[in-house]
Design a protein around this ligand. Structure first.
Ligand SMILES: Cc1ncc(COP(=O)(O)O)c(C=O)c1O
Length: 420
């Protein structure tokens, strides 16, 4: 098969593809595995109960099932859903939003594919436009989304040491240069993989820099408010005509409905819906049908506030307790301050092996994590930090998280004691 440049780029055996394959193989077999890799949200019984109830209501209400399954929505999304969401964002945050500021995609991943490729790459003047990630490490799912490898530029984070075993990343504004070729700035808040929440002040500065340079600021709100609400710090949500805010129904427990949401000014929304029409014709609307009445009644916000956030906060505290209990002073470790999302990010300073090697050793002990280096893309510099971190998903059963963390601590200690 002769491939185009596009074909070559999107069929390449990227590191992440190999890692996902590897994770899949590692999870097969009959032995018990401790799965702290992956990004699946937890199955929360009270949340699943809501989806079961909604499915029942749809089945029983006249015409609702047919309307959900048997119609194409307009390329922009389901009008009733977008209207309800706009109403909720207006009343919750006072943002001047109507349904014309919203477009739906087949999952946030698809939103990013559309946005990055719409904005980055060669433009009509022959300039190679780039997406600027102001704080790296950043979400692995962005890494291979653009058509060319050099469509990205990223700035390594500044590290604040909060105490002996806790740190927080900040935007390194001194090194954040917006050259003429930058098409947009993009940041996830809360951040996958680190659980960081970029501060209000940092967001305000990024917003000002984006406006000054006449480029959009993309904020990935997959874990933020008003839903799923997996955010443990006071952080002010922000939107204006220059911000492209992306959201998703995945982390409220509906990842398989593939529902991504883009909130932006009307011209961006027009552009995204044109791309939708070409790429997808129309989007899946099951998630939107399930959720619309919950947006209108306010039940979705209550679910986020009273069930989803406390659930992940508890999980995060439990995982942190396990870490501080399992590691002793023989390993020089620190954890990124857990401010949101469903991940903890561990940094091993002075480990004599890379975290890629640690990943292999953990896999041999049926414990699956994600080695950190995949989250550092878009910059060429030699930063040792990229080989010193791992990401843990703490959404799984408490016993598995506890055992998995104990095994990580044992393997790290062994490596330190053996000097490699
Ligand atoms: C930060 C972030 N953005 C976007 C996504 C993509 O979500 P989805 O395509 O399921 O909406 C994820 C998934 O884990 C994520 O962590």
């Amino acid at each position: 098969m002769k491939l185009s440049n596009f074909g070559r780029k999107f069929t390449a055996k990227t590191g992440i593809l190999q890692l996902m394959d590897d994770l899949g193989h590692a999870m097969s077999g009959s032995e018990k595995k401790y799965m702290l890799g992956g990004g699946n949200p937890a199955h929360i019984p009270a949340v699943n109960e809501v989806w079961r109830r909604r499915m029942g209501e749809i089945m029983e209400s006249d015409g609702a099932l047919e309307s959900m399954l048997a119609n194409y929505d307009p390329p922009r999304g389901n009008t009733a859903f977008m209207r309800s969401l706009a109403g909720l964002l207006r009343s919750e945050f006072g943002w001047p939003i109507t349904e014309r500021n919203i477009a739906i995609t087949n999952g946030s991943q698809t939103s990013f594919f559309i946005l990055f490729n719409m904005l980055a790459g060669p433009d009509e003047h022959g300039m190679q436009r780039k997406i600027l990630f102001p704080l790296t490490p950043e979400y692995i799912g962005y890494a291979d989304q653009s058509q060319r490898l050099d469509d990205y530029r990223a700035v390594p984070a500044d590290i604040e040491l909060i105490d002996e075993h806790t740190f927080k990343y900040h935007v390194d504004f001194a090194h954040l240069k917006v050259h003429d070729d930058v098409a947009a700035i993009c940041v996830s808040r809360p951040t996958n993989p680190t659980g960081n929440v970029v501060t209000d002040e940092e967001v305000a500065r990024l917003d000002a820099i984006a406006r000054d340079n006449g480029i959009p600021l993309i904020i990935d709100n997959a874990y933020g408010v008003p839903f799923p609400g997996m955010i443990f710090e006071d952080a002010t949500p922000i939107w204006n005509e220059n911000i492209i805010l992306t959201m998703s129904l995945s982390k409220i427990g509906l990842p398989s409905t593939r529902t991504g949401i883009v909130i932006a000014n009307e011209s961006v929304i027009e552009a995204v819906s044109s791309c939708n029409a070409i790429v997808s014709l129309s989007n899946g609307s099951i998630g939107q049908h399930l959720v619309t009445p919950l947006l209108e009644s306010g039940d979705l916000l209550r679910l986020a506030d009273e069930t989803i956030r406390p659930f992940y906060l508890e999980k995060s505290k439990h995982a942190l307790d396990c870490i501080h209990g399992a590691f002793d002073d023989s390993v020089d470790y620190a954890v990124h301050k857990s401010e949101g999302s469903l991940f903890l990010w561990l940094w091993f300073r002075n480990l004599p092996i890379t975290t890629m090697e640690l990943y292999e050793r953990l896999k041999a002990r049926n414990t699956i994590v994600v080695p950190g280096r995949y989250f550092f893309f878009g910059f060429a510099g030699d930063w040792a930090h990229r080989n010193e971190c791992i990401r843990l998903n703490y959404a799984m059963a408490d016993e598995d998280v506890e055992t998995g963390i104990r095994i990580i601590a044992e393997e790290a200690r062994k490596a330190v004691e053996a000097g490699g």
